[in-house]
Design a protein around this ligand. Structure first.
Ligand code: AMP
Ligand code: ZN
Length: 356
């Protein structure tokens, strides 16, 4: 049982660190981020407020990602962090990740139902937070919308309604708060977080080339942020006993890669960017044809906005004014010029190689 609120625990840890500087190294990144006011405790693991400084970093990062993808001329689409329940059902998300999904319920009853709700609520409020009954929720009914699990999910039905893809396929730029029910003390594992994605729809060759390009560009961005880069084969956390087989098959087909950075977990690294190839999974589900009538293949690169932001605080310290000049300039200075130059330099050796 939680004997101390997170805020109290952070305050105690900070006090201990002040009393004895050697204790400081035992403070977790979460403690430090909360104590510095960069993240704000809501009392619920994985649900945080963000300070102005945290948002400034995340926004700088967002601008850099825009410059990194500008030459692809993506279609920019923004959705609220929810999607139609029927679209969510059709997506087969519940087959793979029932444990992560979040549904939205609302009171849809009559006066009698309202009275029941208020009685149950009175009973609940007589108890301490952790012991409260959720009986009032019996009066709640599912709405027609659910929380978005990944930023790219809302776009497939939209693309399907447009009919066949143009010859070059499509590239879409999305950003959304996403929900995943995975409460954790690791600040890198939030329940609500932002995912920026570029999504490619087209032929298998177009999607594979897109994914390779983004592995290179994502690595470039992380290097420019002066963070360590490690790319590894990965799998999604498929649910249940059958999930292991699906995960193994995803690995065997090399469908998912991740860019890993040490963030808050002392035992390992955290996936901060993902590079996914869905093959024709979404194309077939939503019936998205290519120009030639073949089922569209899709893929996406996902930037975990909070995770990259946390990685910057972890590696460069909590005081953004003391961050390396080049990192500050990339985030808040001549972002576009720096990205363009770095991309030119990255492409130059390849071009020289082509000529040889
Ligand atoms: P995924 O769809 O699982 O590949 O997620 C895309 C990206 O979102 C990952 O590479 C992470 O950077 C980020 N992400 C995934 N889950 C979480 C989470 N629980 N909290 C914060 N960021 C996350
Ligand atoms: Zn995606």
């Amino acid at each position: 049982m939680n004997m101390m609120t997170d805020t109290a625990a952070a305050a105690a840890a900070t006090a201990a660190a002040e009393a004895s500087p050697t204790v400081e190294s035992s403070l977790t990144l979460r403690d430090e981020m909360l104590a510095a006011g960069l993240l704000i405790d809501t009392g619920e693991n994985g649900l945080y407020g963000r300070s102005q400084i945290f948002e400034d970093v995340l926004e700088g990062l967002n601008t850099a990602i825009t410059h990194l993808g500008r030459d692809q001329e993506p279609e920019v689409l923004r959705f609220p962090p929810a999607m139609r329940r029927t679209d969510f059902e059709d997506s087969e998300y519940l087959k793979s990740f029932p444990h992560l999904a979040g549904t939205i319920h609302s009171f849809c009853g009559n006066d009698m139902g309202h009275r029941r709700l208020l009685t149950a609520l009175d009973d609940a409020m007589a108890e301490r937070d952790d012991d409260r009954s959720d009986a009032w929720m019996e009066q709640q009914k599912p709405t027609r919308i659910v929380l978005t699990p990944a930023a790219c999910y809302p776009i497939y039905p939209v693309m399907a309604r447009r009919g066949a893809l143009p010859a070059g396929g499509r590239t879409v730029d999305v950003l959304s708060y996403c929900f995943r029910h995975e409460p954790s003390l690791d600040p890198g594992r939030m329940q609500m977080f932002r995912m920026r994605e570029y999504v490619r729809l087209g032929s298998p060759e177009q999607v594979m080339a897109f994914r390779q390009m983004w592995i290179e560009r994502g690595s470039l961005l992380v290097k420019l942020l002066q963070l360590p880069v490690e790319i590894d084969l990965a799998n999604d956390p498929f649910f249940g006993r059958g999930g292991k087989i699906v995960a193994d098959s995803q690995r065997a087909q090399a469908l998912k890669f991740e860019l890993l950075i040490p963030v808050a977990d002392p035992r390992g690294k955290t996936a901060c960017l993902s590079f996914n190839y869905h093959m024709d999974h979404f194309g077939a589900l939503w019936k998205i044809p290519c120009e030639d009538g073949a089922v569209a293949h899709t893929g996406c690169v996902g930037f975990g906005m909070e995770r990259i932001t946390l990685a910057l605080f972890r590696h460069h310290g909590l005081d953004v004014n003391a961050w390396p000049d080049d990192v500050r300039a990339l985030l808040w200075g001549d972002t576009g010029t720096r990205i363009a130059q770095a991309m030119q330099t990255m492409q130059a050796p390849a071009a020289a190689g082509d000529g040889a």
